[in-house]
Design a protein around this ligand. Structure first.
Ligand SMILES: CC(C)(COP(=O)(O)OP(=O)(O)OC[C@H]1O[C@@H](n2cnc3c(N)ncnc32)[C@H](O)[C@@H]1OP(=O)(O)O)[C@@H](O)C(=O)NCCC(=O)NCCS
Length: 183
């Protein structure tokens, strides 16, 4: 049975926490401080996601990539823009997949589901912030994101540079959800 993208449910908290910790640890060595990655806790991620998913208000905008055999293999979350880039209502907060689930179209379909979600909530444009050294930035370019800003931030007592990509019109991204299910 092919994988699906669906809204996250409270019982997905454990699966999301596992993906969150594992994907950060495979994605960010060399980009974020090792002590931060080593110190990540599956339990605190689980607690946070359980709180988030237990209320419809905060659960809104969270989606999972679900594989019939492996369970939750990825997740994405979106909502109102948290930074202050003018002209963009929404933001993609996070998108993470296990290594073994990458390159199968889950990422594209998660972004499409989130774009559709934002449009349904009246946000027709969105940004995403990505570490400038993260090769996943090319994924956003591939999906039509345009580089709109850069900023230096403090993260775990280190300075890192982030790039923002923007979509002024989310409709073409949302239409990608009409693609066939992930195989
Ligand atoms: C980024 C990520 C979500 C992309 O999801 P994915 O399922 O691997 O991507 P898809 O298979 O849907 O690919 C969609 C398109 O983007 C392209 N793409 C994906 N990752 C890419 C990369 N690193 N560089 C260049 N192109 C990339 C694919 O080739 C594909 O293009 P195509 O339509 O020409 O075939 C996933 O790789 C991931 O979880 N990475 C690690 C975590 C991370 O960095 N998250 C982002 C934090 S800001």
């Amino acid at each position: 049975m092919p994988g699906v993208i669906r809204p996250a449910r409270p019982r997905d908290a454990a699966g999301i926490a596992d993906v969150h910790v594992a994907s950060w640890r495979t994605t960010y060595p060399g980009m974020l401080p090792a002590r931060y990655l080593l110190g990540m806790s599956r339990q605190s991620s689980y607690d946070r996601w359980q709180r988030t998913l237990s209320s419809p208000n905060t659960a809104a905008g969270t989606y999972v990539a679900f594989d019939a055999r492996a369970g939750v293999v990825g997740f994405g979350s979106c909502g109102q823009q948290r930074s202050s880039i003018e002209g963009f209502g929404g933001e993609f907060f996070a998108i993470y997949l296990y290594d073994h689930a990458q390159g199968r179209g889950f990422g594209r379909r998660l972004m499409a589901a989130m774009a559709e979600d934002l449009i349904d909530r009246g946000m027709n444009s969105a940004v995403v912030w990505v570490l400038s050294t993260n090769p996943s930035r090319w994924f956003y370019e591939r999906l039509g994101g345009v580089r709109i800003a850069e900023q230096e931030i403090d993260f775990a007592k280190s300075s890192v540079v982030e790039t923002a990509y923007g979509w002024r019109d989310l409709a073409p991204l949302a239409r990608l959800s009409a693609d066939p299910p992930v195989g």
